[in-house]
Design a protein around this ligand. Structure first.
Ligand SMILES: [Zn+2]
Length: 616
């Protein structure tokens, strides 16, 4: 739910100056004596809870449904109070990390919460220990219907969980095993420096700085950045290949011990998505590669190139950046949401008027953007760093989408409040889509329209196509690793193999790209995480297509989806809007939306052809 870090400080414009949130609904100030009283009260409640319920959830003969229901309700009430104190401390800290009082409170609350969580841990563990047959009976009991999804999803890892001493052993050995490799990779990556020569000057850049240059309007700069980036990775190739090969092997060994039959299986289980739905989605994505080829050919024409190199992929089509004030962003977002449903604009309006948004890019404030849902009995808060860039409008729209979602989910109780991962980005990306259409409708200049559509298409491609490529690469690499150790050259060959269908013969796989896998941290940190990005993006495009076809009748069903919070599995939630995630036809609707944008881009390109090729 986080956006990438935006520049804070010197670059910042002032249109969002003074736009700060009001946290007085929680406490009045960091040393408010009410905080201490609240902490004491929660500690006493937790103690009473443990005294009452310890040993009764997995009791001999089994707990009754009524007993479990009361326990769940009390646990939720207790955690609501904990969440509010934590939220106050962390929001205060995020808004100004430089204040000693904020750091002290944050630290104090964190310690308290860890102690409380440990005290309440028995509850989850006892539930996991309930024998399967009895647990099944409780999950299906009508008395516990509101907690059916919560209770069953809590137990979903049970068949893959080892005995307690084995789990402890795994944890201990992971400290110097995979966790150490992760830390090593992070540190190694952060320390890498890339020498780039521009305008006769050599600069030493870090990873994000050199990657930013791949979006430079000057082709020479992009090429220099590309060559420096990949040749530097290649020079570290032996170390990087060793780290990745070890990670692949660790995942395979862990899966064998935990009895997973496929390298993707643990991720599917975490996402509550079955393999069939993911396969269907990815097949549809791959069938649509010709759309990417068509776009790359168009872009080559616009840039006046016979064929794109990989470093031309993200070349900008406009050299001047659009500026949008915070006030203008608010207007356009409310208009876009209001056009979808007046109720959505009303909710968003409250964020601005009741000061639930902190947008001022102050020093000391943390970077990036997020929406904190807090809990059903509180309201959400949004943090962003608004610098008057057009991209910031999309960031605010994105976080407001989360905000509206949390606001609507407040009908659920705490344990049913948070959506699961594959659908967690639905409301945010959908809101971006609405605002994108609104911005486009307000533009008449064909160059600006073309640039806006191109950036939308490129963002969608990066999420949809590229993340599917990354997933196919992981499938290839795990199948190969099962047969034995992999060298950097072997991993590189599999990487190019996975990329080839996406770029086709329209984009050259520029030399050096065979090291393209070797800086992607998802492969090290969370195997097979990437398909969730494709899934989420295509889901929203397809929902948006459904909305355009069905019009107003889509709105109440979409609202019901958001209101369901985390009370259902992703497949059940999407059924609320009439979607079957196993149906390839549904996924294709998402591409029909991109197709529509593609056609508009081609029309605009023809219209602007005379003045095209903005770069030398
Ligand atoms: Zn998000």
């Amino acid at each position: 739910m986080e956006a990438a870090a935006a520049p804070v400080g010197a670059l910042a414009e002032k249109s969002a100056a003074g736009v700060a949130w009001d946290l007085s609904a929680f406490f009045s100030r960091p040393d408010d004596p009410a905080i201490e009283r609240a902490l004491q009260q929660v500690a006493a409640q937790a103690e009473a809870f443990a005294a009452r319920y310890r040993g009764t959830i997995n009791a001999p003969g089994g707990a009754t449904a009524g007993h479990l229901l009361t326990a769940l309700q009390e646990a939720e009430a207790l955690q609501e109070e904990m969440v509010k104190i934590s939220a106050y401390a962390s929001l205060l800290f995020a808004a100004d990390t430089s204040q000693e009082a904020h750091r002290t409170l944050m630290q104090r609350v964190e310690e308290h919460m860890t102690a409380l969580r440990n005290q309440l841990l028995f509850f989850d563990l006892e539930w996991l220990d309930v024998p399967e047959e009895h647990a099944r009976g409780l999950i299906d009991d009508p008395v516990l219907a509101p907690y059916r999804h919560y209770l069953s999803s809590e137990r979903r890892f049970k068949p893959h969980t080892l005995s307690e001493p084995e789990e402890r052993l795994m944890n201990d050995k992971d400290l110097t095993g995979i966790n150490a490799w992760r830390r090593f990779f992070t540190e190694f990556n952060a320390a890498q420096r890339f020498k780039v020569q521009t305008n006769g000057q050599t600069r030493e850049l870090n990873q994000s700085e050199v990657l930013t240059l791949l979006r430079d309007p000057d082709r020479g700069v992009r090429q220099a950045a590309f060559e420096s980036f990949y040749s530097t990775l290649e020079s570290q190739g032996q170390v990087l290949a060793f780290v990745y090969d070890t990670r692949f092997q660790d995942h395979l060994v862990t899966n064998r011990l935990r009895k997973y039959d496929d390298p993707m299986a643990p991720r599917h289980l975490a996402n509550e998505i079955d393999a069939g739905a993911v396969q269907t989605m990815m097949d549809v994505v791959e069938r649509n590669y010709p759309l990417a080829h068509r776009y790359f050919a168009l872009k080559a024409g616009l840039l006046g190139l016979p064929k794109l190199e990989l470093y031309d992929q993200y070349a900008p089509l406009l050299s001047v950046k659009e500026r949008v004030t915070f006030g203008e962003a608010r207007e356009v977002i409310l208009r876009a949401l209001g056009r979808f449903a007046p109720a959505f604009a009303d909710i968003a309006q409250q964020f601005f008027e009741a000061r639930w948004i902190d947008a001022d890019p102050r020093n000391g404030k943390r970077g990036g953007a997020f929406c904190a849902g807090v809990s059903p009995s509180a309201h959400p808060y949004i943090l962003c760093n608004y610098t008057d860039d057009l991209r910031d409008v999309m960031t605010v729209a994105h976080e407001l989408g989360h905000g509206i979602h949390f606001y609507l989910s407040r009908k659920q109780t705490l344990f049913n409040y948070y959506m699961s991962l594959p659908v967690a980005e639905t409301a945010s990306v959908f809101a971006e889509m609405l605002v994108f259409e609104e911005l486009l409708a307000g533009l008449s200049d064909p160059h600006k329209r073309l640039a806006l559509i191109a950036s939308k298409l490129e963002d969608s491609f990066a999420t949809l196509f590229r993340q599917t490529v990354l997933t196919r690469f992981e499938q290839l690499v795990y199948a190969a690793r099962a047969k034995g150790r992999l060298s950097g050259a072997q991993i590189g060959a599999l990487w190019l193999q996975a990329n080839a269908p996406y770029y086709g013969d329209v984009v050259s796989l520029t030399r050096g790209y065979e090291w393209g896998w070797s800086y992607i941290s998802h492969f090290i940190n969370t195997p097979f995480y990437c398909y969730a990005y494709s899934f989420g993006e295509l889901l929203v495009l397809a929902l948006y297509g459904k909305y355009r076809r069905e019009g107003a009748s889509f709105v109440p069903r979409y609202t019901a989806l958001l209101e369901s919070g985390g009370s259902l599995s992703p497949a059940e939630q999407l059924a609320l809007v009439g979607v079957d995630i196993h149906d390839a036809g549904f996924w294709q609707v998402g591409f029909d939306e991109l197709q529509r944008l593609m056609e508009e881009a081609e029309r605009l390109a023809t219209a602007t052809r005379a003045q095209a090729a903005p770069q030398a």
